[in-house]
Design a protein around this ligand. Structure first.
Ligand SMILES: Cc1ncc(COP(=O)(O)O)c(C=O)c1O
Length: 343
């Protein structure tokens, strides 16, 4: 069957320009610092995010793991939003690799209140090693791609400064936030100490993420990447696609957001679906199934039978994601399938 694939923006295939760039990439041994294409990608990335230095890593999860590791010591506490990716979807890497204690905080659509964050801070003493890091996520995947405001970042920054804590941003989709709000990414990134963002999601590169921070921080990150087995050799072959992603694929994210809105408004009209389409700000749509006898996993199975791929993310929540490889036609097809299943 020919599927319309709304599972994630990670399913995007590299563009023709990316494939050509990969074919023609000038390469060298990047562990020895010899790959000019990786260096170029890292320079472009650092400049776009507004920090001194950048490091190409194989995945977003590895990028986040490296940053948490550098900012913490074993036994430290890390404050993060309770539905965030680092805490929920990265195999407990906080505990496994950094051996830190996650302290999740509730939020309003991804925005933790500064009061809640301050209350969650533990001082070093006889009963706690103390808090050293706050992790933020923007856009917020499991809050339906919500954009966390610059204002919220500023408030949390103030708390972090007061208590001498670092802030790491899981900015897997930070360019979606920037395009949605029409403000430069540096409005957010200037307020944090390290950033991870992904090339392999809506930006459509086949592989790779970037860690960004100070020169000193990136030197440490390079060492820890090696420890994790993430030091790669003639990796300009894939970094070249990342350059195309940063040069050509950011502006078009708006098309994904427009499609997501269209899909969200259509879904919200279907009986048995609970969704406020105004909550959909970027390319991720999360909605609840409210129909007797149909839960989210079954709904997703039934959709598959009709050629539509989506993800169930809990017993009653379904996630759709728009990206460059779905079209208006796919959106209409998805809406028709949802109506047929829930009628
Ligand atoms: C918000 C967020 N952070 C981090 C990641 C991890 O990226 P990767 O799949 O490249 O490890 C994802 C992946 O979907 C994500 O959505």
């Amino acid at each position: 069957m020919n599927y319309s694939d709304f599972r994630s923006d990670t399913v995007t295939k590299p563009t023709e320009r990316m494939r050509k760039a990969m074919y023609e990439a000038e390469v060298g041994d990047d562990v020895l610092g010899d790959d000019p294409t990786v260096k170029k990608l890292e320079e472009i990335a650092a400049e776009k995010i507004g920090k001194e230095s950048a490091l190409f890593v194989p995945s977003g999860s590895m990028g986040n793991a490296i940053c948490v590791k550098i900012w913490t010591k074993e036994g430290d506490e890390v404050i993060l939003e309770e539905r965030c990716h680092i805490y929920n979807i990265e195999l407990g890497n906080l505990s496994v690799l950094s051996r830190v204690l996650p302290r999740p905080v509730p939020s309003k659509r991804g925005e933790m209140s500064p009061e809640d964050v301050e209350k969650a801070i533990r001082k070093r003493g006889l009963t706690s090693n103390g808090t050293s890091l706050i992790c933020l996520e923007n856009t917020h995947n499991f809050w339906s791609g919500a954009v966390v405001s610059v204002e919220n970042f500023k408030e949390i920054r103030k708390i972090a400064q007061k208590h001498n804590l670092k802030i790491h941003l899981d900015g897997a989709r930070i360019f979606n936030a920037s395009i949605a709000k029409k403000i430069h990414v540096t409005e957010w990134t200037s307020l944090v100490d390290s950033v991870m963002f992904c090339l392999s999601k809506g930006l459509s590169a086949p592989i790779g993420s970037i860690v960004v921070g100070s020169k000193e921080f990136i030197e440490e990150a390079r060492r820890f990447r090696k420890l994790l087995g993430g030091g790669m050799r003639q990796v300009g072959v894939i970094a070249s696609a990342g350059i195309v992603a940063l040069e050509e694929m950011i502006e078009r994210l708006e098309e994904d957001h427009i499609l997501a809105k269209r899909l969200a408004y259509g879904l919200a009209e279907i009986k048995g679906i609970e969704l406020n389409p105004d909550d959909v700000e970027t390319n991720i749509i999360i909605f609840k199934i409210r129909k007797n006898g149909i839960n989210a996993p079954l709904f997703v199975d039934l959709l598959r039978g009709k050629g539509i791929l989506a993800l169930s993310i809990s017993e009653n929540e379904v996630r759709f994601c728009t990206h460059k490889d779905v079209t208006e036609h796919d959106v209409e097809r998805a809406l028709k399938a949802c109506r047929e299943i829930l009628q």
